[in-house]
Design a protein around this ligand. Structure first.
Ligand SMILES: Cc1ncc(COP(=O)(O)O)c(C=O)c1O
Length: 375
């Protein structure tokens, strides 16, 4: 007999989310599909790891006390405003486990990062997509989102800047949404994992607002800022009450000893590494925009983040076709079709260091010449 009838209905229909970064076993391929710090991890990362690699015979500190203290100092919040996760992905999963009841209405702009919908569907939520307008370069209209905060809505999701569209809201716009949600008793999930590598981080971040807004939960991650997706270290901020409930429900020992020790050192000693990446990205992003405009012979929009979400209609290619064409040049870009229509006509690729950007541009030139388009 099949096991299907024993499985929860939410799980029976589940399709796993798709992501970029699938370069395993392809030594020659350069990855532009995942958005991590282009400087790579700090040079001393492996030294920190070696220094932390003892005491594995004991369980890790389940409260992550030292690491939380380091994060609290960096962000000027209290340690009990902080949650740790095995990647921010774990906190994306935990949030609806704590706050979303089966049948609840949960609103998220589309396209956005697929893990939010995945986690909410597992909890039996009713997902409401707010399509972002393609004719306005996918800008999120604050009034449109407020219009979706109707009775029965339990939570609203915003990714700032948004993956994959690279559009960013100001702090004022986000706070207007958070406060409107609060008036309507709606939880607000804010993903700031991509914000730390932006020159606007200090002006846009809402981390300082969590104690004053008890409907707000914000995630951040070591993955993007320190280019280390291979270690799973994410964190989140909420009011003490929000954190208390999330902490009550989380997986025990979710961060290993190695992760905790390495992350504390990175937080304390490697902020310059992040700042250097931010300064470089500002310059390289503008340079890439200009060069891509020349290659494609069309105006290219400057993204609010450090990756491009680029329409492929000028080249007459779909997102999977462009990915294949770039792969023949040993360059991996994100096939965006998994984000749903109209993203099958867009590609996402990351800004990197000068040399790597040159390699990307040269691959793009070859693809464009191959199809007889552009200059
Ligand atoms: C917008 C966004 N949020 C969160 C994550 C999860 O990252 P991690 O679990 O590595 O912290 C990703 C990963 O791609 C992402 O793009």
């Amino acid at each position: 007999m099949s096991v299907e009838h024993r499985v929860r209905p939410e799980v029976r229909a589940m399709v796993r989310p798709r992501h970029g970064g699938d370069v395993w076993g392809r030594a020659d391929v350069r990855d532009y599909s995942s958005n991590v710090n282009p400087l790579g991890p700090p040079a001393r990362l492996y030294e920190y790891m070696a220094g932390a690699a003892n005491d594995m015979e004991n369980y890790p500190d389940d409260s992550c006390a030292e690491l939380k203290e380091a994060i609290a100092r960096r962000y000027d919040v209290r340690a009990d405003n902080i949650m740790m996760g095995a990647g921010s992905a774990e906190l994306i999963r935990l949030f609806p486990e704590v706050f979303v009841h089966p049948g609840d209405r949960v609103v998220m702009p589309r396209p956005t990062f697929s893990e939010y919908g995945f986690a909410c569907r597992l909890m039996g939520a009713r997902l409401i997509d707010l399509p972002l307008p393609e004719d306005d370069a996918f800008r999120l209209d604050v009034d449109d989102l407020i219009g979706e905060m109707v009775p029965g809505t339990r939570a609203v999701y915003v990714c700032n800047p948004n993956n994959p569209t690279a559009r960013m809201l100001s702090r004022g716009e986000v706070l207007e949404l958070v406060e409107e949600a609060s008036r309507r008793d709606i939880m607000f999930f804010l993903d700031e994992t991509l914000l730390e590598l932006s020159e606007r981080d200090r002006d846009v971040s809402c981390v300082g607002e969590v104690e004053a807004h008890d409907n707000l939960f914000i995630i951040r991650s070591f993955t993007k800022s320190f280019a280390m997706p291979g270690m799973r270290i994410g964190y989140g901020f909420g009011s003490r009450e929000v954190v208390r409930y999330m902490d009550a429900a989380r997986l025990s020992w979710n961060l290993g000893t190695l992760e905790q020790r390495v992350a504390a050192r990175l937080m304390n000693e490697e902020q310059d590494h992040v700042r250097r990446a931010v300064a470089m990205l500002v310059e390289e992003k503008e340079r890439m925009r200009h060069q891509i405009s020349l290659i494609l012979d069309s105006e290219v929009r400057l993204p609010d983040s450090y990756f491009f979400f680029h329409p492929l209609n000028g080249m007459g290619l779909t997102s999977p076709q462009f990915r294949e064409a770039m792969l023949r040049q040993n360059v991996l870009v994100r096939d965006c079709s998994s984000f749903g229509p109209p993203c099958g006509g867009y590609s996402r690729f990351c800004v990197k260091t000068r040399d790597k950007n040159e390699e990307f541009l040269s691959a793009l030139r070859s693809v464009v010449e191959g199809i007889g388009g552009g200059r």
